[in-house]
Design a binder for this molecule. Structure first.
Ligand SMILES: Nc1ncnc2c1ncn2[C@@H]1O[C@H](COP(=O)(O)OP(=O)(O)O)[C@@H](O)[C@H]1O
Ligand SMILES: [Mg+2]
Length: 283
């Protein structure tokens, strides 16, 4: 598992050397992001949250895809209070935190957030404060971000200590993943990001894709330390028709079909994340 551990700080390193510039609190905040849209970020966020909850962790998922929020749809929730109400001062943050079917907490963006899909000082402050307030109450916070490299996506990613890139094996998804990873190295001074390959066609796809992408990063993307950006492969999730069925029924795959190949892969991903990034539950 050594390959999945963050690099130890070099002697004499300062806070400024650390990958995160703006992470508000020392909690395990993981941004789930992608280059291309529709690759499975929301599916991974919701089901990974359910799997980590089952393992005894206190989990919060924040719908940070402000422009195209749909975590509420996937979880079949109809929140009375959304981030929109918090942003406009109509409701208290506490009232926006609700329980999802998998036993974890969520803060939903809901519809009507389109005006917040641009990074204004207000959006910046609100997102920062919300995470700073809520993160200490949880063992892990997952940020279900938008796709791409817009400033609002990059800002929400900057609030996380760890980045999990979701990509599918399609060339378009990989090209966009590469572009996003490059920006995270140059703008956010990150030295590594993690990769999950979703909708994999064959076992071993993810490993091959990671090493291909790593080769390109080795050639073209150097971090602040002079070393290449490092990509850590955390797992593959196979293409599985059960995923679509669960989404159509608006149920969590982990609850609906816990034994199907994609659910087993998400459980494995939770294992890996737990063993590399989290403290054991209930300690
Ligand atoms: N492993 C998978 N196997 C089959 N279909 C999948 C898988 N992962 C995602 N999908 C399909 O892709 C759709 C988009 O996923 P979603 O999580 O909403 O993407 P994103 O949040 O990245 O835009 C899902 O509704 C589902 O139908
Ligand atoms: Mg999504």
């Amino acid at each position: 598992m050594n390959d999945a551990l963050p690099p130890s700080p070099s002697p004499g390193s300062t806070a400024a050397d650390k990958p995160m510039a703006t992470s508000p609190v020392d909690a395990h905040i993981i941004a789930i992001t992608s280059g291309k849209g529709g690759v499975g970020k929301t599916f991974v966020s919701a089901n990974l949250a359910a799997a980590l909850t089952r393992r005894g962790h206190r989990v919060l998922v924040l719908d940070a895809d402000l422009g195209l929020a749909n975590l509420d749809v996937v979880l079949n929730l109809h929140p009375k209070v959304t981030l929109h109400d918090v942003f406009t001062g109509k409701a208290k943050l506490e009232d926006a935190v609700i329980q999802a079917p998998g036993g974890f907490s969520v803060v939903l963006a809901g519809s009507g957030m389109v005006e917040y899909s641009r990074l204004t000082p207000e959006v910046r402050n609100e997102l920062f404060n919300i995470i700073q307030t809520l993160a200490p109450r949880y063992d892990v916070v997952l940020l279900d971000t938008g796709a791409g490299i817009s400033d609002v996506v990059l800002f929400s990613v900057s609030l996380a200590q760890e980045v999990l890139i979701v990509a599918t094996p399609e060339p378009t998804s990989l090209t966009d993943a590469y572009a996003a990873i490059k920006v995270l190295a140059t703008q956010q001074k990150r030295q590594q990001v993690r990769l999950v390959v979703n909708q994999a066609a064959r076992p071993g796809d993810g490993r091959a894709i990671t090493s291909q992408l790593q080769q390109v990063l080795d050639r073209f993307v150097t971090t602040d330390t002079g070393r290449p950006m490092r990509l850590v492969h955390v797992g593959d999730i196979p293409a599985d028709t059960s995923v679509r069925e669960a989404v159509m029924r608006r149920q969590l795959l982990m609850q609906q079909m816990p034994g199907c190949p994609a659910a087993l892969a998400v459980a494995q991903l939770a294992n890996k994340i737990e063993s590399t990034l989290l403290k054991p539950a209930n300690q």
